[in-house]
Design a protein around this ligand. Sequence first.
Ligand SMILES: [Zn+2]
Length: 108
Amino acid sequence: MNKFESELKKGNFIISECSDCKEIVWPPSNYCNKCFGHVKWRKPSEIGKLIEFSKKENVNFCIAEFEEKIRIMGTLIGEIISPKIGQRVKLKKCGLNDGQFNFTMALI
Ligand SMILES: [Zn+2]
């Protein structure tokens, strides 16, 4: 289990950023995929934007983008009337269950 997964399991969403070229490394890794530098781990912004939205059996799913780079899929909770692509979302909860990432987001 890498640091990303062990933190996610505790409910913390962290990302890796290269110490040398400052690129966000996504999917998260201990080394930069551009310059192979070491990374440091930090919390990303909890505010992202809606990229895709779908509904299946009364559960709302979405893909949201954080920090202009990180795209994650999750469930969308709260009042959803007419979601618009690009609308802002906030990360509410995250975790790791049975090896599966799960993210819960809400429109803001
Ligand atoms: Zn780098």
